[in-house]
Design a protein around this ligand. Structure first.
Ligand code: GLN
Length: 274
C-alpha cells in the first residue's frame, strides 16, 4: 500500500484524477502532517500515516462526503476556513467575487459592508481581513452563524466582522446604511439534480425558487433601502443567470458590470445605486 494505490481507490470510485490528487494532498496534510515539502523530499509515509490515509479515503468513497467536510476545513483566498455540513463549502468561483469586492472597496474607500447569506463567513471574513472595511454577515441559519463566528476567531479579525441571524434584511435596520451589499445567494433552480457530493451540502444554501432567481430579485428590491447614496450591490451568478439579474438591477442601479470566470461563464455582477 502506498500513496499511488490509495489515490487509485479514489479514481476507481469515479473521482476525476486531478481532483483525486488534490484530495489526497489535503488529507495527507490534515491527518498525517505530510506536506508538499515532504513529498518533494521523497519522505516515506509510515504505516500509521498510510492506514490513516486509507481509512479517510474509504470514508470519502463510501459516503461521497466532500473531502472538506471530512477534514472540517476548506481553503479559500489563502486561508483555511472551518466548514461543517451546515454551511456551503467555499468555491473557487467565489474567489472572483471576493477579489472584485476587495478591488472595489480599496478603490472607493468603502467602509461598511453587508454580506447576505454569509454561510461559513468566508466572504465576510476575507473582506475584513484584507481591507479596512467592517462587515456585517447575516444568515437565516443558526448553524451557519456558529461556523462564521469560529472563522472570525480562526482568522483573528475580532470585531471587524460581526454576524446576525436574519432572513435577508429582516433584522437589518433601515438606519444601518452600507457602502456595499454583497451576496453569493442560493441560485440553483429548485429540483435540479445534484451530484452525490453536493447532496451533502445544505439545501437552503443551494436552491432557490423562480428558476434560481428568487433571492436575487428579493435582494435587489430591498437593497436600495439599506445602501448609502452611491452604494454598490454585488452578486455571484449561477450559470445563465446574468441577463435576468441585470434586468432586476437596471431598475435601481447604473453602470452594471459583469465579470466572467476562467471558464468564460458570467460569474459576477455589480453596479452602483443610480
Ligand atoms: N457566503 C457563503 C459562500 O459564498 C455561503 C453562500 C451560500 O450558502 N449560498 O460560500
Amino acid at each position: 500500500m502506498n500513496i499511488q494505490t490509495i489515490t487509485k481507490t479514489l479514481i476507481d470510485a469515479g473521482i476525476e484524477e486531478n481532483e483525486a490528487k488534490k484530495e489526497i494532498k489535503m488529507l495527507l496534510e490534515h491527518f498525517c502532517s505530510y506536506t508538499e515539502m515532504d513529498k518533494i523530499r521523497g519522505t516515506a509515509l509510515d504505516e500509521v500515516q498510510l492506514s490513516t490515509l486509507k481509512e479517510k479515503v474509504l470514508e470519502r468513497v463510501k459516503t461521497r462526503k466532500p473531502v472538506q467536510y471530512i477534514i472540517g476545513e476548506a481553503y479559500f483566498m489563502g486561508e483555511f476556513f472551518k466548514v461543517t455540513p451546515g454551511v456551503l463549502i467555499p468555491r473557487d468561483e467565489t474567489e472572483i467575487l471576493v477579489t472584485k469586492a476587495i478591488e472595489l472597496i480599496k478603490k472607493h474607500n468603502l467602509k461598511d459592508v453587508l454580506d447576505i447569506g454569509t454561510g461559513s463567513g468566508c466572504i465576510a471574513c476575507t473582506i475584513a481581513k484584507q481591507t479596512p472595511a467592517t462587515v456585517l454577515g447575516v444568515d437565516i441559519s443558526s448553524d451557519a452563524l456558529r461556523v462564521a463566528l469560529d472563522n472570525v476567531t480562526k482568522l483573528g479579525i475580532n470585531n471587524r466582522a460581526v454576524f446576525r441571524k436574519s432572513d435577508l434584511f429582516s433584522k437589518v435596520r433601515e438606519e444601518e446604511k452600507f457602502d456595499l451589499i454583497i451576496s453569493n445567494p442560493p441560485y440553483i433552480p429548485t429540483g435540479t439534480e445534484l451530484s452525490a457530493e453536493v447532496q451533502h451540502e445544505p439545501k437552503e444554501a443551494l436552491f432557490a425558487e423562480e428558476n434560481g432567481l428568487k433571492l436575487y430579485r428579493e435582494i435587489v428590491e430591498q437593497a436600495p433601502g439599506f445602501l448609502k447614496p452611491g452604494g454598490w450591490l454585488m452578486f455571484e451568478l449561477g450559470i445563465g443567470e446574468a441577463v435576468q439579474v441585470k434586468r432586476f438591477m437596471e431598475v435601481f442601479f447604473k453602470d452594471i458590470v459583469i465579470e466572467k470566470d476562467l471558464a468564460g461563464i458570467e460569474r459576477v455582477i455589480f453596479a452602483q445605486l443610480g
